[in-house]
Design a protein. Structure first.
Length: 446
């Protein structure tokens, strides 16, 4: 299983590929399936729009902050590498461990589950086929990523263009033909605690914004990453924020707020039929299916890179195998396979949505540490020439920190059990880290 040392990840991704990865890994199922839950939590269409906007602002400030850090550390592994460089190897390991064991596979599994729901509804299949279809989707996307990253990037560009079609259709129809009195509609299922509900509503939008940081996992495969990475993150998040606001407004202008809440996850398919009839609705749903496939592809491209980077550092079990790159395609075959297997197990035995939601807390704890790390980097290297400077420093990283803390506090208030489970997942990694380091020292003494 040994590979030659000169087999390295292929630095072949340009700006368009990187931008497609940012947009493609963000725009997936969330914007289409979270409209009802965000509206229900917010209590009114106007408040829901504010929740989507503030979720986007938090994401943008976070992205700009990480862009400066990433431009200084353009290596494969993303947040895992940043945490290690800023806080030490243990913290880097824990951030990577959480992403490869639970968070990444859970996000892939939840997307596969949403895709299976759409496919069974679209083709009028038995609901018993949802798990097999979800597993087939994971296998299909995984096999694509056994090939060169150029092939995966091409698929990402094509699916990103495809997913923009339903987004554009919703926006155009809603703005041109929707109800002009769409704002200020209220719903009856909102929580009695408006402040807490608004915080949780913002938290719900962050599921739909999730994925913006994953392009950083491929820092070692981007051409001129010191310039390309900040551009891809910044432009990508801004485009997503604008799209999400317009899509939400389009949906609100087309369907009564209470009906959206009552339909729940079926709100977007119902919108499609309402706006475009049966045939148009089917075409729009095909676009949503493509959107989810593209989002899955982006996540399957990026999460194995974290596992690969950790294996290269001999920090996880089976490191020799998991750090293997195919000599021709330079794809991390076994890391990709491992992520697929964990995601498949989650689809079969767990509720992947629930797992991904409880890990949001842990992700944002590491985000806060990374954002604070920007101040540490500037203090350590005050005269360093940077390829990218975060705009409006120090305001932007401060907003990012405040937004992330807001998410953490909201999560603690609304789901203390999930917070506890997240903590357990992280703590499990500590003995594994020290065991692997002890094994590495033994190997060096031989």
């Amino acid at each position: 299983m040994q590979q030659k040392e000169n087999v390295q990840l292929n630095r072949s991704l340009g700006l368009w590929s990187a931008l497609a990865l940012v947009i493609g890994t963000v725009i997936g199922s969330g914007i289409f399936f979270k409209q009802a839950s965000v509206l229900s939590l917010a209590g009114s269409t106007t408040t829901a729009l504010w929740a989507w906007f503030l979720g986007g602002v938090i994401t943008l400030t976070a992205g700009l902050t990480i862009a400066e850090i990433g431009a200084q550390m353009p290596h494969t592994g993303g947040l895992y590498v940043y945490m290690e460089k800023m806080y030490g190897k243990l913290w880097g390991f824990l951030s990577g461990w959480m992403q490869i064991i639970v968070y990444g596979p859970a996000m892939i599994a939840s997307l596969a589950a949403y895709l299976a729901i759409l496919l069974t509804d679209f083709f009028h299949l038995s609901s018993n086929l949802r798990i097999p279809l979800a597993l087939l989707a994971i296998l299909f996307i995984g096999l694509i990523n056994f090939l060169s990253n150029r092939f995966g990037a091409t698929i990402q560009i094509l699916t990103t263009l495809g997913k923009l079609l339903p987004v554009a259709a919703i926006i155009i129809f809603g703005l041109l033909f929707g109800d002009h009195a769409a704002l200020n509609q209220t719903v009856t299922t909102a929580s009695s605690s408006s402040n807490g509900s608004f915080g949780v509503a913002i938290l719900a939008t962050l599921f739909a914004y999730d994925g913006w940081i994953l392009i950083a996992n491929m820092g070692g495969e981007i051409k001129n990453p010191k310039k390309m990475l900040p551009r891809a993150i910044s432009f990508g998040i801004i485009l997503v924020l604008v799209c999400y606001m317009l899509v939400t407004l389009g949906v609100f202008r087309t369907m009564p707020a209470q009906r959206i809440v009552n339909l729940g996850q079926n709100a977007t398919p119902a919108f499609a039929v309402t706006a475009f009839g049966d045939i148009g609705g089917k075409l729009l749903n095909i676009g949503v299916i493509i959107s989810i496939l593209g989002c899955m592809n982006g996540k399957v491209m990026t999460f194995p890179r974290i596992m690969y980077a950790m294996a290269k550092n001999h920090e996880i079990p089976f490191s020799k195998t998991l750090s293997y790159l195919h000599p021709k395609t330079r794809a991390p075959l076994f890391s990709t396979t491992a992520i697929m297997l964990i995601a498949g197990i989650m689809v079969i035995f767990f509720n992947p949505d629930r797992l991904s939601e409880i890990c949001i807390f842990t992700v944002y704890v590491f985000y806060v540490m990374a954002f604070v790390g920007l101040f540490l980097l500037r203090r350590r290297n005050p005269n360093q020439k940077r390829a990218f400077n975060v705009p409006l420093y120090p305001l932007t990283p401060i907003v990012a920190i405040a937004g992330a803390l807001f998410v953490i506090i909201s999560e603690i208030q609304s789901d203390i059990v999930g917070v506890g489970v997240s903590f357990i997942f992280v703590v499990i990694g500590i003995p594994i880290y020290y065991y692997e380091k002890a094994q590495e020292r033994k190997e060096l003494k031989k």
